[in-house]
Design a protein around this ligand. Structure first.
Ligand code: DGL
Length: 288
């Protein structure tokens, strides 16, 4: 009989800021015994408006750092970084590296019935065509409508700062929390053109956007299914670990470690806890 193997080393997860914590949260929910090492590159956020080659450089640099911390695999929990540097990182590193674009594209292709899919993302992600390529690779008959919605990153980060409790409450149209009309106006401006394209599925192609799900859903309406990559990406991670017999041992007490390039670690700790939905212990500042 085969002996089972386990690996208690952490899974490395990174993003330009808080957005990737939506993926870390999905990972924690699906694989509660796994340790997670989260890296938020707040000092260089946002990645969205930057040149692809520059973001690719950040990705390789962060992966090198994570491998140095002995992670067993890496999740690029940022669409912009996935589009710019995933392939390169997979070539460079011996640990498995997964991104968030392919899982989101897969979920969208499997959800749409009228084969008209919208994608909202950062400028970097939209310009890379990563989503339209990935979706059409699965079903070439799907028409993809992509729009860059850069201000949503700013709104999500701002919402985290302003809200008390989980940020979703702040941006929920159903909640009693006040949503500034300006914010709704921006969402309408971005999303109305997509709504007119008769899409039935909308990919939240930036890991910050699930935090604005209620606001976005309120504008596009109930007929449009919102897709976030987080759950699908967590499933990919689980499958890879299963294949490699690399799950943490049963009963393993996980350790969640957080690092930021930002200078305000206290801010990262308190806002991050609201996105991760678990108290975050220590956050360490790191200069790469
Ligand atoms: N969270 C990143 C993404 O998924 C974008 C935020 C940024 O522009 O840095 O694309």
């Amino acid at each position: 009989m085969d002996t089972e193997h386990f690996d208690n080393r952490p899974i490395g997860v990174f993003d330009s800021g808080y957005g990737g914590l939506t993926v870390a949260r999905a990972l924690q929910k699906r694989l509660p015994e796994e340790s997670i090492l989260y890296f938020g590159d707040s000092a260089r956020c946002p990645y969205g408006p930057r040149d692809q080659a520059e973001v690719d450089g950040f990705v390789q640099q962060i992966c090198t750092w994570l491998v140095g911390r002995d992670v067993k695999m890496i999740v690029i929990a940022c669409n912009t970084a996935t589009a710019a540097g995933l392939a390169h990182a997979q070539e460079n590193f011996s640990v498995p590296v997964v991104g968030v674009v392919e899982p989101g594209a897969r979920a969208a292709a499997h959800t749409t019935l009228n084969r008209r899919v919208g994608v909202i993302a950062t400028k970097g992600t939209v310009d890379s065509n990563a989503y339209s390529d990935a979706i059409r690779h699965i079903d070439a008959g799907i028409t993809v409508f992509s729009t860059a919605t850069p201000r949503f990153v700013e709104i999500a980060e701002q919402g985290v700062r302003m809200a008390e409790g989980p940020i979703e409450n702040y941006t929920s149209l159903a909640s009693k929390v006040y949503i500034p009309p300006a914010l709704q106006e921006i969402a309408r401006e971005y999303l109305e053109p997509l709504r007119r394209c008769d899409i039935d599925t909308l990919v939240l192609g930036c890991t910050h956007f699930p935090l604005l799900k209620a606001l976005i859903g309120g504008v596009v309406g109930r007929d449009v299914t919102l897709i976030s990559s987080a759950r699908e990406a967590a499933r990919d991670v689980s499958e890879i670990l299963a294949r490699r017999q690399a799950f943490a041992a049963p009963g393993h007490v996980p350790c969640h470690e957080f690092f930021t390039t930002g200078t305000d670690v206290e801010e990262f700790r308190s806002f991050g806890s609201r996105v991760f939905r678990h108290p975050i212990g220590d956050v360490a500042h790191i200069d790469l």
